[in-house]
Design a protein around this ligand. Structure first.
Ligand SMILES: Cc1cc2nc3c(=O)[nH]c(=O)nc-3n(C[C@H](O)[C@H](O)[C@H](O)COP(=O)(O)OP(=O)(O)OC[C@H]3O[C@@H](n4cnc5c(N)ncnc54)[C@H](O)[C@@H]3O)c2cc1C
Length: 489
C-alpha cells in the first residue's frame, strides 16, 4: 500500500509471527497499520526450521515438564510467571494457528507429529518438515490480508518514534519519501539483532531498530548480552547470512568432526553431539583453540540417503546449492550469532511501561528464556505474548475514558550528508571479537569506546535519513547496550 500521513488506533511494526498474530488478535473495529521494512516475508520467522514447542498431549507430557525444561535451559534465571504463562497458554495459540491452516506434519493416523529437540524431555515440537516458519508466516499473512481494518505497508521503515500528548507520531520512510503517522498505540514486533555480528543466521531485517527506538523513548532494555550462538551454521558460503543446519540433524545422529575429520565432543561434554546449543558452541571454540583450525564438519552421510532427503528437504537442497551433498559428504559448519534472549523489558501483557508502547517477539524480553532459549520456544513466545498485547490494547482502547492520539506534530527533518562508509563493518568486527561464544572482556572495553564514538557521530551529524543510516544507528545503539551489559555483568 502507498502510504499517506494519517492517524491509526494501532501501528504494528513488523510482519513476523509476532506482528501478524498481534494484528489477528486486535478487535476488528480498530484501524491498524502493519508495516514491514522489507518484503512481508523477509523475517526471522520465515526462516524458522525446527518448529514450535507446545504441550498438546497431556497423557505423555505436562506443563510442569515443559516449564522445567525451559527453566533448566535458561539457567533458572527465567521469570517463572512468564514461563508458566508461556507453557499453559501456548497450546491454545498453536492449535489456533493450526485451525487457521498452518500445515503441520501429521502421523499416519492424522494426529499432529511431535518431534524432539535438544533440551526437551518429551516429544512436543510441531513442525512443517524443516521449514516451519515459512508455513506459519504464509498462513498468517493470508489471514491478515482478509482483515478489512488492517492496512499493510511493505518496504516501509520506521525511522523514529516520538511521544505525543497521548500516543505517538512515527516517522516512516517508503520509497525514499518520509511520512508522519499518528498512533494511539504502537506494537514493536521488529525482531532480533543478528546483523550486529559479522556472521548470523538472521535475515537482513535483524538490525535492532525496535530496541533502539524503545531505548530512545526511555524503555528499559534488559539482558541484551544474553545472546545465543548456534553451533552449526553452514560455514562455506560467502556473505553475512549463514544458513542454519538445524539441531534436528544432530538429533538424527550426525557427528561433529574437527579439521582432522575426528569426533571431539567427548573431550568437552558427556552428552556428545546432543549437548545443548551453548555447550556445543563452546566445545567447538575450545577445540578450535586446541587444533588451531576453524574447520569443522557435521557428518550425517552414514544414514540412508532417501531418509535424509525426505527428513531435511530444505537443508539438503540448500547444501546442494553450495556444492555439498550431505548424503555423501560432511557439511562445513561453525558457530555464529543466532538469537537474542534479552530485549525491551515488558510485563505479562508485553507492555513496556512507556505509555501505550508494547513490544512482542524477539525484540522483547518477557523473561521466558532466561540466559539461554530452549529450542522452539521463541515462535511460541511470539504467539502467546503478542496475543496478550493485543487483548490488553483491545481492553484499554474501549475504556470510556480513552483518548485517541493527539498533540503537536513534530516536524519531519532530514540532513544531506551521506552515511560514512565502513561504520557498520567496524561495529561488526568489534562485536565478533568482543562478545562471541567466549566473551573477551578487554576487547569489549576497548570496543565499547569506539562504538560509543560511532553512535555519537551518527546521532549528532546531519545525515540523510536513509534505511542504511537508520540501521547503522540501531546497530551502534544495540552494540553499545550489549557491551555495556557484558562489562557490567
Ligand atoms: C534460521 C533460524 C531458524 C529458527 N528456527 C526456529 C525454530 O525452529 N523455532 C522457533 O521457535 N524459533 C526459531 N527461530 C527464532 C524465531 O524464528 C524468531 O525468534 C521469531 O520468529 C521472531 O519473530 P518476530 O515476529 O519477533 O520477528 P521477525 O520474524 O524477525 O520479524 C521482524 C519484522 O520486523 C520488521 N521490522 C524491523 N525493523 C523495522 C522497522 N524499523 N520498521 C518497520 N518494520 C521493521 C521486519 O521487516 C520484519 O517484518 C529461528 C530463527 C532463525 C534465524
Amino acid at each position: 500500500m502507498t502510504l499517506n500521513s494519517g492517524k491509526y488506533d494501532v501501528v504494528i511494526l513488523g510482519t513476523g509471527a509476532s506482528g501478524l498474530y498481534a494484528a489477528l488478535n486486535l478487535d476488528s473495529d480498530l484501524n491498524i497499520l502493519l508495516c514491514s521494512k522489507a518484503d512481508l516475508k523477509l523475517s526471522n520467522s520465515s526462516l524458522a526450521q525446527g518448529g514450535v514447542a507446545a504441550v498438546l498431549d497431556l497423557v505423555h507430557d505436562s506443563y510442569d515438564l515443559h516449564f522445567n525444561d525451559t527453566m533448566i535451559a535458561g539457567g533458572q534465571v527465567n521469570n517463572p510467571v512468564s514461563v508458566r504463562t508461556l507453557v499453559e497458554e501456548g497450546p491454545t495459540d498453536v492449535l489456533n494457528i493450526y485451525k487457521m491452516g498452518v500445515d503441520f506434519d501429521k502421523n499416519p493416523d492424522g494426529s499432529l507429529n511431535m518431534t524432539l529437540e535438544g533440551g526437551h524431555s518429551r516429544h512436543r515440537i510441531v513442525h512443517h518438515r524443516d521449514s516451519t516458519g515459512d508455513a506459519i508466516t504464509t498462513t498468517l499473512i493470508e489471514q491478515v490480508r482478509r482483515l478489512r481494518n488492517v492496512e499493510i505497508a511493505e518496504q516501509t521503515l520506521c525511522a523514529q518514534i516520538s511521544r505525543a500528548e497521548s500516543g505517538f507520531f512515527l516517522e516512516l520512510i517508503q520509497n525514499g519519501e518520509q511520512f508522519l503517522v499518528g498512533a494511539s498505540f504502537v506494537i514493536l514486533a521488529t525482531g532480533g539483532i543478528g546483523r550486529v555480528y559479522k556472521y548470523t543466521t538472521n535475515s537482513a531485517i535483524a538490525t535492532g531498530d525496535g530496541i533502539r527506538m524503545a531505548y530512545e523513548l526511555g524503555a528499559n532494555i534488559k539482558d541484551l548480552d544474553y545472546i545465543q550462538f548456534h553451533p552449526t551454521a553452514f560455514a562455506a558460503s560467502p556473505g553475512r547470512e549463514r544458513f542454519l543446519i538445524s539441531e534436528a540433524v544432530r538429533g538424527e545422529g550426525a557427528y561433529l568432526l574437527n579439521c582432522h575429520y575426528e569426533r571431539f565432543m567427548h573431550r568437552y561434554d558427556e552428552r556428545l553431539e546432543l549437548a545443548p546449543r551453548d555447550k556445543v558452541s563452546h566445545s567447538i571454540m575450545m577445540e578450535y583453540r586446541r587444533t588451531g583450525s576453524d574447520r569443522f564438519y557435521l557428518d550425517i552421510s552414514r544414514l540412508d540417503a532417501d531418509f535424509l532427503k525426505q527428513r531435511f528437504p530444505m537443508i539438503y537442497a540448500r547444501c546442494l546449492e553450495e556444492g555439498i551433498d550431505l548424503t555423501k559428504q560432511p557439511i562445513p559448519v561453525f558457530p555464529c550469532h543466532h538469537y537474542l534472549m534479552g530485549g525491551i523489558a515488558v510485563d505479562l501483557n508485553s507492555y513496556t511501561g512507556v505509555p501505550r508502547l508494547y513490544a512482542v517477539g524477539e525484540c522483547s524480553n518477557t523473561g521466558v528464556h532466561g540466559k539461554n532459549r530452549l529450542a522452539s520456544n521463541s515462535l511460541l513466545e511470539a504467539l502467546v505474548f503478542s496475543k496478550r498485547a493485543a487483548k490488553d490494547i483491545n481492553r484499554r482502547i474501549h475504556d470510556p475514558h480513552f483518548v485517541a492520539v493527539h498533540g503537536a506534530q513534530p516536524e519531519l527533518q532530514d540532513g544531506t550528508a551521506p552515511l560514512p562508509e565502513g561504520l557498520r563493518t567496524q561495529i561488526r568486527e568489534i562485536m565478533q571479537k568482543a562478545h562471541f561464544v567466549i566473551p573477551d572482556q578487554s576487547a569489549a572495553e576497548k570496543g565499547l569506546k569506539t562504538i560509543e564514538d560511532i553512535r555519537t557521530r551518527l546521532q549528532n551529524g546531519k545525515f540523510k535519513k536513509t534505511a542504511d543510516y537508520c540501521e547503522a544507528k540501531s546497530l551502534a545503539t544495540v552494540a553499545a547496550l550489549i557491551l555495556r551489559g557484558a562489562i557490567n555483568r
